[in-house]
Write a protein that binds this ligand. Sequence first.
Ligand code: SUO
Length: 448
Amino acid sequence: MMAFELNIDGLVGPTHNYAGLSFGNVASTGNARVTANPKLAALQGLAKMKALADLGYAQAVFAPHERPAIGALRELGFAGSDAQVLARAAKDAPELLSACSSASSMWTANAATVSPSADTADGRVHFTPANLNNKFHRSIEHPTTRRLLQAMFPDENRFAIHAALPAQMHFGDEGAANHTRFAAAYDRPGVAFFVYGGSAFDASRPAPKRFPARHTLEACQAVARRHGLRDDAVVYAQQDPDVIDAGVFHNDVISVGNLNVLFHHQQSFVDQPRVLAELADKLAVLGGEFVPVEVPSAQVSVGDAVRSYLFNSQLLALADGGMRLVVPEECHKTPAVWAYLQSLLASGGPVRELSVFDLRESMQNGGGPACLRLRVALNDAELAAVNPAILINDTLYARLVGWVEKHYRDRLGERDFADPQLLAETRGALDELTRILCLGSVYPFQLA
Ligand SMILES: NCCC[C@H](NC(=O)CCC(=O)O)C(=O)O
């Protein structure tokens, strides 16, 4: 049997914009009201998908959500025709219209937490869509995310798609951005590594002072229970609260893992040596040798890590057993980080190849290469059961580029959200996309 890591990248939606919605994410708040280019954003994301597919990686695409979210605006009391809902929200609460227009579903590392079949009690691949409870604009994603996952992984004998956890701060869940899995091979039993920002019930734990801890220990434990993970193959770690206060709003801004390797900063976790030792011990029981690659603060400061998004990289397996690191162009522009990367490649360690992508449109909202993808480890029978229309190949790439060129604007700002024409354009585009990707009816406007 063969095993794969399928990367599912979020296709940037037609309303991509900079609204400064994410307190604690310094790129988001720092770029509030900058004019966005949705067309360029979508093409930058597609170029990464195509390049990684061309390198031989299993690559798929996650459809964007319907925005502006008219249903969410109606729940908040705006009434009338769709055009009236938009006009009333624009006049009375433009911040709510912005929140309901965000294309934030592009960051699919926050779409769900995924446990491969080798780790779960019932032998199915389990998905829990993240409730993204900490930010209103993201908290409205999970119902559509769930329908999309069901359309992409339709075989219930192989795939279990749960509902999101209770939408409540005690169970704040940001999905796979705070989760990594270590294993000797993708289809071998592995160690699930859950990273949380704080505990909802245990006040004795440290907490950030400035920015919110979005993800709770209790959410991690609930996901582990639902997915049927074994206690002796799970490790929980708390993010260092000081780095949350420095702008590390998700763990994937300070560490990334793949197979048996954890690439991470010296200041990632509370009680870091204990966390690393527990990972090594639990992986050893499963026949794996844990390889931590720690970046010292003296070489790369937390500030440079946040600026460059060095750790929001993708760590991908190479055929020879080494790893490729996929980093954003901002790493090239940050001298200490670029110098570090040269020394990393020369070190004889697991990272042997480097790929650099221009993802500036997403980066300006705090979303790098790793934020843009959801990883699903699959054996060959499971890969064969995935909806084949979502898999990136030359034909689908060309079709999606043509679709973006046809439907997307190249300038978008806050004043555009009230335009009923934008709503009509995005619905028309998404209706066509569901046919290209064979998704059936997944959007509220299709289900009404
Ligand atoms: N994993 C990366 C997520 C980035 C995302 N940014 C945003 O939603 C910014 C949207 C805006 O400000 O327009 C977030 O913070 O959850």
